[in-house]
Design a protein around this ligand. Structure first.
Ligand SMILES: Cc1cc2nc3c(=O)[nH]c(=O)nc-3n(C[C@H](O)[C@H](O)[C@H](O)COP(=O)(O)OP(=O)(O)OC[C@H]3O[C@@H](n4cnc5c(N)ncnc54)[C@H](O)[C@@H]3O)c2cc1C
Length: 409
């Protein structure tokens, strides 16, 4: 049965939906069906250092790439399909319906690609965007430093001219997600120490294979190492890798954060019904509720509330995507980021209340794989309100830029 939003679709969109459905049924590898929720970070991350082992992943990439569908809304000249948001949504809806992963995902699509479309020059767009579409290059983000997290404008990575055509970078980044697996990094660097701190920053792209770039893994208490510290020692970078103007990188940096925060919001928004299905499944497994309603009325109420909030949030995301004018997202990305990440944490807290002690497993025979994975996802959801700028930082932005409140000195 079609969703309410599909019933009001134009004839042209309905035709496009039928075309996409037929394309996927025909071309998508059968082994990938039903394997993914199709979120913006669920799929092949690309990159030279980590080619996919599964040939079906590459096949799915190839058939979509041939139609520009790895980046549906990007212009055709740079490897995209030039589709409207409404058409792209139809494409993603149909993939989600079949449980197909996005053909290629990552920070290239979520952050640097849209930023280059806004601020990059033609050479930069032609060099990087088609490579992102093809999943050839994996990107990481060189923003945070030991003394520049929430106070990001305090970045100190030194970037000094070396002749007319190069810069030399010296310093350190931290929390660089997947730097050890990435081919390129986009960095905020300090080019002028005498100016007000936002005015002396330059946005620069660095090939990770350049001599002097060293990512070092940070091992977490869980044993995983999703982050690195990334060191720069006399790293020589062409001036042509600067995006926008020298010393004007703060504007580019903020635009990229808008894309990052929107993407975090979108990655958390879910197709209507999936939260309810997930929570009811947990109740059936862990409570005395093999069938019929969840016995505890308070828990039942929480499941209903969080499911409704998720459905409403998804509709708001769709509305924002459709109404967005050309260019990047504005301050709404801060609102969506905080709403999405806190909603996700409420969803997991509800799930944990349903799972009880089974939700607290870390290892051991008393827990099955599903329980252990849920515990890890619940803990990971705590990081969502920190990455991309903490909730407090988003509230500061909203207070200043949306509500026009005075700054506290
Ligand atoms: C999962 C994850 C992935 C990440 N990936 C990357 C990455 O790939 N690249 C990258 O560059 N960075 C990355 N980061 C780093 C992230 O951007 C920073 O952690 C974040 O900006 C917060 O900075 P901080 O950790 O230095 O905390 P701090 O800035 O030290 O903040 C500590 C606490 O103080 C609060 N605080 C600080 N200033 C204010 C204020 N003015 N008003 C109110 N409260 C305030 C904060 O909200 C926070 O609770 C990642 C972080 C996480 C959790």
């Amino acid at each position: 049965m079609s969703e309410p939003s599909q019933q009001s679709e134009s004839a042209e969109l309905r035709e496009f939906r039928a075309e996409m459905r037929a394309f996927m049924r025909e071309e998508a590898p059968k082994s990938l069906l039903g394997t993914s929720p199709c979120g913006p970070f669920d799929g092949y991350w690309g990159g030279k250092l980590h080619p996919p082992v599964d040939p079906d992943v590459l096949r799915w990439r190839d058939v979509t790439l041939a139609r520009g569908l790895t980046a549906p809304t990007w212009p055709k000249a740079y490897g995209g399909a030039g589709l409207s948001y409404a058409h792209a949504k139809v494409f993603y809806d149909e993939m989600r319906e079949l449980g197909l992963p996005r053909p290629v995902v990552g920070f290239g699509f979520a952050m640097i690609g849209p930023t280059l479309l806004q601020f990059g020059n033609e050479e930069q767009k032609l060099q990087h965007l088609p490579a992102i579409c093809a999943g050839e290059i994996r990107w990481c983000q060189g923003y945070s430093e030991p003394n520049a997290g929430s106070d990001l404008a305090n970045v100190q990575l030194a970037c000094e001219p070396d002749g007319p055509d190069h810069f030399i970078l010296n310093g350190q980044k931290v929390w660089t997600s997947h730097a050890d697996r990435s081919d390129w990094i986009f960095c905020l660097a300090r080019t002028d120490r005498s100016a007000k701190k936002q005015r002396g920053i330059t946005f620069i792209l660095v090939d990770m294979r350049t001599e002097g770039v060293t990512p070092r893994k940070i091992e977490l208490i869980s044993g995983a190492s999703p982050f690195c510290e990334t060191f720069f020692e006399n790293v020589r970078v062409p001036r042509s890798n600067v995006v926008g103007e020298v010393n004007a990188g703060w504007t580019v940096a903020k635009a990229l954060l808008g894309h990052e925060r929107s993407m975090i919001g979108q990655s958390i928004g879910r197709d209507p019904g999936s939260t309810q299905r997930e929570l009811v499944k947990l109740a059936r497994k862990h409570l005395d509720a093999a069938e019929g309603p969840i016995p505890d009325p308070l828990l039942r109420d929480r499941v209903a509330a969080v499911s409704m909030e998720e459905a409403a949030f998804q509709l708001t995301l769709d509305r924002l995507a459709q109404s967005r004018a050309a260019g990047g997202p504005g301050t709404e990305s801060s609102i969506m980021k905080i709403a999405a990440t806190e909603l996700k944490q409420r969803r997991f807290e509800t799930g944990m209340a349903l799972a009880g002690a089974q939700g607290l497993g870390w290892e051991g025979d008393a827990f099955d794989e599903e329980d252990l994975a849920y515990t890890r996802e619940w803990l990971r959801s705590r990081a969502n309100t920190i990455e991309g700028g903490s909730s407090e930082v988003q509230l500061n932005i909203i207070a200043k830029q949306v509500l026009g409140l005075p700054e506290v000195k």
